[in-house]
Design a protein around this ligand. Structure first.
Ligand code: ZN
Length: 299
């Protein structure tokens, strides 16, 4: 666990997602009230709580937990956090509220998406009591002292994806809306996962984001990025590039010809023995599979 100070009202807790530093963060936003953005998985909750302790934030002082979308590394820890932060409301897109209230249907689908190699690092889920769940997509959360979070729906990576403006800094918590960027690991690519990835919607979302005046990106994977325009343009190029690569193989030999692992290694080259090898492999394979599924549906 590492505390990363960002701004007077904003801190990141690196909670060692997938057991690697520099991969996943929960953001702590402090006005008079305290909000967390992103939960990590159930396996990162202990690190997040230790981070809150180190910041001197009492468990009952956290009023809000915001999830950008339903994937395990963004909302998987919600139930465990809700138990430990007894006064917090939990926000996620309306359509995903039933899955946080009863994760039993979500788990098998998440397991298929994540793959067996990475599944042990993905954790499990506790249900969040329905009365503590609130829709995120229209949220405007005034935390006091001029700190305000405001939702902006950003579907594509997943249909329920919502990003959050930090009005105080002019930055945005972007979740997975326009790709990950982990400088410590030299990884920089959009995740386009099974089973609900939608290329057309994703493209429209990134174009929409490019028209916003976003000062800084607060990425869940990972950290603060000031080169907003470059990041968004690169993400767009990369999803087109991946789509092209998968289309070419489909045109050549049909879906049976697609070797997901081989294509993933072309999409995200990363050494097999590197510290983030499992992250790179799992998320790139998920991306190829997601793009393949989307393109096959379109045929
Ligand atoms: Zn995701």
């Amino acid at each position: 666990m590492e505390i990363v100070p960002i701004d007077t009202h904003l801190t990141a807790i690196d909670h060692d997602l997938m057991a690697v530093p520099g991969v996943g963060a929960t953001y702590v936003v402090q006005g008079e009230a305290v909000a967390l953005v992103e939960t990590g998985t159930s396996l990162t909750v202990a690190a997040t709580l230790a981070g809150l302790d180190e910041l001197g934030i009492a468990r009952d002082a956290v009023g809000h937990i915001l999830c950008t979308h339903i994937h395990m590394d963004h909302a998987g820890g919600a139930g465990y956090l809700a138990v430990n932060l007894p006064r917090a409301r939990v926000y996620i897109h309306r359509e995903s509220i039933p899955h946080l209230a009863d994760p039993s249907k979500l788990m098998p689908s998440a397991r298929r998406a994540v793959g067996e190699a990475a599944w042990p690092l993905t954790g499990d889920m506790l249900p969040v009591p329905l009365e503590r769940l609130h829709p995120a997509e229209d949220l405007r959360l005034d935390l006091g002292r001029g700190v305000c979070l405001e939702a902006l729906p950003t579907p594509g990576h997943s249909p329920d994806h919502v990003s959050f403006w930090d009005r105080r800094s002019g930055g945005m918590f972007l979740g997975d809306a326009a790709g990950l960027s982990m400088p410590r690991h030299g990884l920089d690519f959009p995740v386009t996962p099974v089973p609900t990835y939608d290329l057309e919607t994703h493209r429209a979302t990134i174009e929409m984001l490019r028209k916003q005046d976003i000062g800084r990106l607060y990425l869940t994977h990972y950290g603060v990025h000031d080169d907003t325009d470059d990041k968004l343009r690169l993400a767009l190029e990369q999803i087109e590039g991946l789509a092209e690569m998968v289309r070419a193989v489909l045109a050549d030999g049909g879906a049976e010809a697609v070797d997901v692992a081989a294509l993933a290694a072309r999409y995200v080259p990363y050494p097999d023995d590197g510290p983030a090898a499992l992250v790179a492999r799992s998320w790139s394979q998920m991306s190829v599979a997601g793009m393949l599924r989307y393109l096959k549906k379109r045929q």
